[in-house]
Design a protein around this ligand. Structure first.
Ligand code: ADP
Ligand code: ADP
Ligand code: ZN
Length: 219
């Protein structure tokens, strides 16, 4: 099974993706995580991506499509993938279709996690991420057992540079303008499912899992 998880920044894509990849044995492909790794490693691509990320803008399509294509071509993807935060523009969605066709991969579902704007701001400004393994927490809604320490690996938690109020507002604008048009793109293909993300992490997960189980049963 191959799925796309989309939704505005802070909706819970990454949180749901972490669980879904375990439940359905999928390879997790997060373009945001790939850029953050590249920045950490100090590569040229990371340096370029950071310029856009810090402003809350999208990284240019050529760069994003290039790294996704490279990742999808690796043999471990044959067992199923979860794309998290990609595609984010119509151009990316079209480029993805070409790549998938070449690789003989079909998308089974596009799940959009939807949350209203005030709540997104609460979620993003309280988000903390493990510096070591990337696990996501929230200071109030999903805190670690020990303050600022990752439950899984003991790593230190940090706040992302782009999780400030101003940058978040810009990212929300970008989502509406550049990413929302792909909803229609996937609705036309009959793949689109919207899930109410304004519930507990467990409830949202149960809802998405049920849907995916049904799709699996059909296939
Ligand atoms: P969030 O979890 O808040 O939605 P991500 O971690 O997915 O954010 O992405 C962080 C930033 O990385 C984005 O604001 C954007 O600058 C860049 N980025 C990630 N994925 C893409 C993409 N598919 N296209 C363009 N830029 C991207
Ligand atoms: P995205 O990848 O869509 O940007 P994340 O998964 O990183 O979103 O979640 C954003 C923040 O909201 C994180 O701090 C996360 O712990 C928290 N969060 C995720 N899902 C929920 C939920 N259902 N209820 C409350 N907080 C949540
Ligand atoms: Zn960790």
């Amino acid at each position: 099974m191959n799925i796309i998880v989309m939704g505005p920044p802070g909706a819970g894509k990454g949180t749901q993706a972490e669980r879904l990849v375990k439940e359905f044995s999928l390879v997790h492909i997060s373009t945001g995580d790939m850029f953050r790794s590249a920045i950490k490693e100090g590569t040229e691509m990371g340096r370029k991506a950071k310029e856009y990320m810090d402003k809350g803008a999208l990284v240019p399509d050529e760069i994003v499509v290039g790294i996704v294509k490279e990742r999808l071509s690796k043999p471990d993807c044959a067992g199923g993938v979860l794309l998290d935060g990609f595609p984010r523009t119509i151009q990316q969605a079209e480029a993805l279709d070409e790549v998938l066709q070449d690789l003989n991969i079909t998308i089974n579902a596009v799940v959009s996690v939807d949350v209203e704007e005030d709540e997104l701001l609460n979620r993003l400004t309280g988000r903390r991420v493990c510096r070591n393994c990337g696990t996501t927490y929230h200071i109030k809604f999903n805190p670690p057992k020990v303050r600022n320490i990752c439950d899984h690996c003991g790593g230190e938690l940090y706040q992302r540079d782009d999780d400030t109020v101003e940058t978040v507002k810009e990212r929300l604008k970008v989502y509406k303008k550049q990413t929302m048009p792909i909803i229609d793109y996937y609705q036309r293909k009959g793949l689109f499912l919207s899930v109410d993300g304004a519930r507990s992490i467990d409830d949202v997960f149960a809802d998405i899992s049920d849907h995916l189980e049904k799709i699996k049963g059909r296939g």
